[in-house]
Design a protein around this ligand. Structure first.
Ligand code: G3P
Ligand code: CA
Length: 249
């Protein structure tokens, strides 16, 4: 397979880290993505019982750990006692859940943007405020941060609190397969519109650009689909295996 040599402007985004080969949203997956020289690292955040931001995709720990139950019902200390690696492969045994702060420290030395997805914000009433507070505490430059969510209200809430960070609205295939999003409305509070890649066609990209929105489709793990999206003029590609498809340096 001939890998794609991306243009400077195309952002290559590691989805949950380099998660084809490593357990998603863990130090191993993130380090592999950083070593692959991607432009952005996509992470998912939830809140623990003691209001700590942790990186994990699901609101339950069942799929990606040796435990079970909801993240919100555990303290950080309790979550740290579980193994988040061996579900993927026994060689990853001993991998722990990371806090958002630990991720920020990890990426500090790299020239990379964090694409932070707030997961299920309706389950965590103050998650936006907590994330914004931590971003300030860890002094991450706003230009190195994009916050995204499927939840319009959550993005609108952040836009009302601060305009310091760029925001993206995620669009699911289920909700938008039969209709175009209201780009005009989205552009009032977001700078990005990040659709399931199967929603992207020329009309979608044209309309998004007309409203000044950048387009970062997710999650593309097929080189022909990636080529099609690049031809359509998207701004980046969110993928599970960045250096499977791209010739990165
Ligand atoms: O970054 C977009 C993508 O991560 C959204 O879907 O379910 O993988 O979080 P999901
Ligand atoms: Ca995500």
């Amino acid at each position: 397979m001939q890998k794609i040599k991306p243009d400077e402007e195309l952002k290559i985004i590691a989805h949950r880290g380099f998660n084809i080969d490593y357990p998603e949203n863990t130090l191993l997956a993130y380090k592999a993505a950083l070593n692959a020289s991607v432009d952005m690292l996509e992470i998912d955040v939830h809140l623990t019982k003691d209001q700590e931001l942790v990186v994990i995709h699901d609101d339950k720990i069942d799929r990606t750990s040796n435990g079970s139950g909801y993240v919100k019902d555990y303290t950080l200390d309790e979550l740290k006692s579980y193994d988040f690696g061996s579900w993927k492969d026994s060689t990853f045994e001993g991998t722990h859940i990371m806090t958002f702060g630990e991720v920020v420290k990890l990426i500090q030395a790299y020239d990379i943007t964090l694409l932070i997805e707030i997961k299920k914000p309706s389950q965590y009433p103050n998650i936006e405020e907590i994330l914004l507070r931590e971003l300030k505490e860890y002094r991450l430059y706003p230009e190195r941060v994009i916050i995204q969510s499927f939840d319009e209200k959550s993005m609108q809430k952040i836009a009302e609190i601060t305009q310091e960070y760029e925001l993206g609205l995620l669009l699911s295939k289920k909700k938008y397969l039969m209709r175009m999003p209201n780009f005009n409305k989205i552009a009032k509070y977001c700078q990005y519109v990040n659709p399931n890649y199967q929603l992207v066609n020329r009309k979608f990209v044209e309309r998004a650009y007309l409203h000044g929105l950048q387009v970062l489709p997710y999650t593309v793990n097929d080189i022909d689909e990636i080529r099609k999206l690049i031809d359509l003029g998207v701004d980046g590609i969110i993928t599970d295996g960045p250096n499977y498809y791209f010739d990165l340096d």
